[in-house]
Structure formats: C-alpha cells, structure tokens
Design a protein around this ligand. Sequence first.
Ligand code: 5GP
Length: 195
Amino acid sequence: MQALESKISTAGRVLGSDILKVDSFLNHQIDPELMWAMGQDFAQHFAQAGITKVLTVESSGIAPAVMTGLALNVPVVFARKSKSRILAEEAYLADVYSYTKESQQTIRVDQRFLSKNDRLLLIDDFLANGQALLGLKSLADQAGATIVGTGIVIEKSFQPGRQAAAKAGLNNIYSLARIAAFENGQVVFDQTAAE
Ligand code: 5GP
C-alpha cells in the first residue's frame, strides 16, 4: 500500500537491527485518515470471505481492526492482555511471548464473543515471529471458529512470522507493507509477492 510505505519512510524510525518505531501514526499517536484507508484496503481484500467478526489483540491491533470492522460492517473483538491466568472466568486463554516486551503474557477473550459459527478475520499491526497470531489462532480454535484470513499492517518479511503462521495452518495472510530489511537506519521494502 503506497500511502503506508510513504508514511513508514517519512515518519518511521528504525531502532537497532529489527524494530520499527511507528508511534507517530500507528500505535501511540494515530493517523485516522491512513487508518481508515488501511481498514478499507483490508475490507476490500477480504470482501468475498464471508467474515462475521474481526479479531485482534490489544492495544495496537485495535485501531486497524476497528476500521476494518467498520468497512466490513461486522463487530470487532480484541483479546485482552493480562499478566497471569488468574481472574479468567468463562474466557478462552492463550499464552503469547511478546516480541517487543520480551515477556510472556496471557491473552483472553470472553467466551460470549466468539462462537463456532464465526468466520474470523485476524488483524494485527506487525508480523515479526508470529507469536501474537498463534495466540489469536488458539483463541479462535478453542471457540471452534473458522479463521478465513489474516490482515497485517506491517510485515517484517526477514523474520519468520509468516512461516510460523503457515506451519500452524494460517495461510491466507495479507500484509499492507512488507519490509525486507533495515539498512543503515533505512527501511527497504519487500516488493516480491508473499509466498
Ligand atoms: P510477533 O508476535 O509476530 O513476534 O510480533 C508481533 C507483535 O509484536 C505485534 O503485535 C507488535 O505489537 C509487536 N512488534 C513486533 N515487531 C515490532 C516492530 O518492529 N515495531 C513495533 N512497534 N512493534 C512490533
């Protein structure tokens, strides 16, 4: 998506060898116009998939997920993060290792909000090692829901998330921007088709 790539190039900041900071438009301050365009792009891509709900994880997935839900006219559910498994009532739980926080967290969704009749679109802001996606898949599986696709805002294709997700059966992954590498603090986009 051209507008997103331009924004990443002008406003993104590369930290170290593998982190992109996008807090000026994606996950702290939000650019609503860009977010809405991204939601419409996801909705258009998955328009024929019969999606009944969008599922994401707090907090950075919520904005793109809400825009997508709005464009598809379906509800949006976000998994909540908690430090432990205590206090979980009637909830589906999954453990996720956080890439940026370098710690394990439990994510959970109230059982009332996912069902076996749901056809889910998973949405997240980044795809790195795939842990967040695998956690969301686990929640969907516990509910007996069907995952029909996954939308990612920024995929770092030099990391193994796509392969890990595919191995777990998540094949229909659509990313709006794919990053092949960070070179001298600059983002190099991956223009090859995702496998
Ligand atoms: P994964 O679970 O695929 O390893 O990592 C995905 C999660 O880690 C995303 O939900 C995102 O919050 C965070 N993340 C991974 N890589 C980056 C990055 O380069 N920049 C930012 N801001 N967050 C990232």
